[in-house]
Design a protein around this ligand. Sequence first.
Ligand code: ASC
Length: 155
Amino acid sequence: MSSSRTRVAVSALLVTVIAASASAEGQPSKGEQTLTYRKAIYQTMVWNFARLGAMAQGKIPYEAKEFEMRASRVAALTPMLAETYVPDTRGLADSKAKPELWSNRADFDAKLQTLVDNSAKLAAVAKTGDFEQSKAAFFDTANACKSCHDKYRAD
Ligand code: ASC
């Protein structure tokens, strides 16, 4: 082997070793980083959605301004989810996404779009301060969550 070919081979080996040690040291892969981001979005949605649910169910008093603020947060977050459902997140140990999500992609995307649409409507209705309409729009949004969880989320 010529010395320049040896150098190329050694360089290639080093790249492999460095990449392997990075992953052995627990550097998250691109997919893992994306999953962490996805979960952060859901966590932020749930934090706000829980207060909306408590108001919609009469567990805490309805406060129109708070309802509007939290509904608009949820509506801002739902369109961010689509970007996180990329193939390198498929099959990750920390993911609750069922394999069916990836094989029924069009149906999953349609369900996600329903969530985006229903949460946009929730935010719009919340601005009117009408409790009955806000409540109905909340349950439409919660049903969009549920219809996707029933089919595509494990547990
Ligand atoms: C919530 C929440 C969900 C949905 C779902 C609706 O408050 O955290 O995931 O509503 O339970 O059925």
